[in-house]
Design a binder for this molecule. Structure first.
Ligand code: NI
Length: 226
């Protein structure tokens, strides 16, 4: 499932993050790509050794984990510490698959990547190109969101970032190890959760709404790994 998360950061928060990023050290993104991906990656990433990196990354992580839609759709078991990238001057990232296992920069622990996410930090009118293209069973999806918005997509998807032909595209990106490994099962739980939410708003806590909540939790109990 592809899911657009609107306004994960406010405009004021985006502006603050961008001004901090602009003053930090950037290095070639190829350093963190492996195998096939290194051949097709041409961008910049924040140097994780920069002392300003970690507090900023943790701020992004907190905003994502506090977002109710993100929680419902991704069911996070662990959010890997976010990174930041910059595409400019024809920078791009050709078709690739994200590695299945990533080591968290803070804890050193390894996590399975179930959900990929990109949080856009540049306004779409500030750059040309730079669309995130995600391939799934329904075809090819082009994603270019407002600054402060994020996209969640299955980490199993082939994807790329189109060349940025003018301006600068800043983003934060990360992965989530979900409590529920299967995208199909996560999608079903998300849809059920959203339906229960709407029914509760319309009907209040009727017995049938409570029963649906019971079904939700019993499915989550059956499918979750934690
Ligand atoms: Ni990727």
């Amino acid at each position: 499932m592809l899911l657009h998360l609107p306004a994960v950061l406010t405009t004021a928060e985006v502006n603050d993050v961008v001004s901090q990023l602009t003053a930090m050290n950037w290095v070639a993104g190829k350093h963190t790509a492996g195998g096939q991906a290194i051949q097709v990656k041409q961008n910049l990433q924040i140097d994780p050794a920069d002392p300003a990196y970690l507090p900023l990354a943790q701020r992004i992580a907190e905003a994502l984990l506090a977002n109710p839609l993100c929680h419902s759709a991704a069911l996070p078991h662990h959010l890997l510490t976010p990174m930041f990238n910059c595409y400019q001057e024809q920078g791009h990232y050709g078709d690739h698959i994200d590695g299945a296992i990533h080591r968290d920069r803070i804890t050193g622990q390894q996590h399975r990547t179930d959900v990929s996410l990109t949080l856009f930090l540049s306004a779409p009118e500030d750059y040309e190109g730079g669309e995130l293209i995600i391939e799934d069973a329904y075809g090819s999806h082009s994603v270019k969101l407002d600054a402060g918005d994020a996209i969640l997509y299955p980490a199993t998807s082939l994807h790329r970032v189109e060349p940025v032909t003018s301006g600068r595209r800043l983003a934060a990106f990360s992965w989530i190890q979900s409590l529920v490994r299967s995208d199909a099962e996560r999608t079903l739980l998300f849809q059920l959760d959203m339906t229960i939410l709407k029914l509760r708003q319309q009907l209040g806590d009727q017995p049938e709404v409570t029963q649906l909540t019971q079904h939700y939790h019993n499915l989550l109990r059956r499918w979750s790994e934690a």
